[in-house]
Design a binder for this molecule. Structure first.
Ligand code: THU
Length: 133
């Protein structure tokens, strides 16, 4: 993946983080997910007065992509003000489709703070292969 693609993902994640609906936490998250065929799917967190109903930015991007027919992904950029990592539920959801996903953590200034495979973030993950005989 070249630097231009990474920059494009970061810019997309920053832009969508501004659309976050986060009146309760005031913690804005933007995600940009790159499908294996080169499309970018973005997502922000959408909170709810019933707090647990909140959906994270990463899962918003993932369900947008899957519902558009995409199931293979190569990278995700997650942007927050302070370089937060994907939560456990998002790691699990992403692992279903892309255990080898590259996860790039950036801040809203566009600085890359971390870059690692999902397999490292979700060690010994449970996925579709785990259900095989
Ligand atoms: N959040 C995400 O969007 N992604 C994560 O992986 C961690 C948390 C959101 C959920 C909630 O709206 C806010 O950040 C504070 O938890």
């Amino acid at each position: 993946m070249n630097d231009n693609t990474i920059r494009e993902l970061i810019d997309a994640a920053i832009a969508v983080s501004k659309l976050a609906y986060a009146p309760y936490s005031d913690y804005h998250v933007g995600a940009a997910l790159l499908s294996s065929d080169g499309h970018i799917f973005t997502g922000c967190n959408v909170e709810n007065a019933s707090y647990p109903a909140t959906i994270c930015a990463e899962r918003t991007a993932l369900v947008k992509a899957v519902s558009e027919g995409q199931r293979r992904f190569s990278a995700i950029v997650v942007v927050t003000r302070n370089g937060g990592f994907p939560c456990g539920i998002c790691r699990q959801m992403l692992y279903e489709f892309a255990p080898d996903l590259r996860v790039i953590i950036a801040n809203t200034k566009g600085e890359i703070l971390d870059d690692m495979p999902l397999r490292e973030l979700l060690a010994k993950g449970f996925g579709p292969a785990s259900l095989e005989a």
